[in-house]
Design a protein around this ligand. Structure first.
Ligand code: ZN
Length: 67
């Protein structure tokens, strides 16, 4: 049942393994509907900015914070 195993893997966050809904994958995932970050391991602000699609945000660096 390899197909089922693949499907189950697609249903999970690639970072923490938490289950994510198909709606979330389509809305926030990358071009293959894979979710790199989910509400369990990142904040919504980052998810909507692209972290769920695999973009690693560098806007919140410590250098900017200590300005
Ligand atoms: Zn996650």
């Amino acid at each position: 049942m390899q197909l089922e195993a693949d499907a189950a893997e697609m249903d999970c966050c690639l970072n923490c393994g938490s289950h994510v809904t198909p709606q979330f994958r389509r809305g926030f995932g990358d071009h293959r509907d894979r979710v790199h970050r989910c509400p369990s391991c990142d904040i919504y602000e980052n998810l909507s900015a692209g972290s769920a699609a695999g973009k690693f945000l560098e806007s919140t660096t410590q250098e900017e914070a200590s300005r």
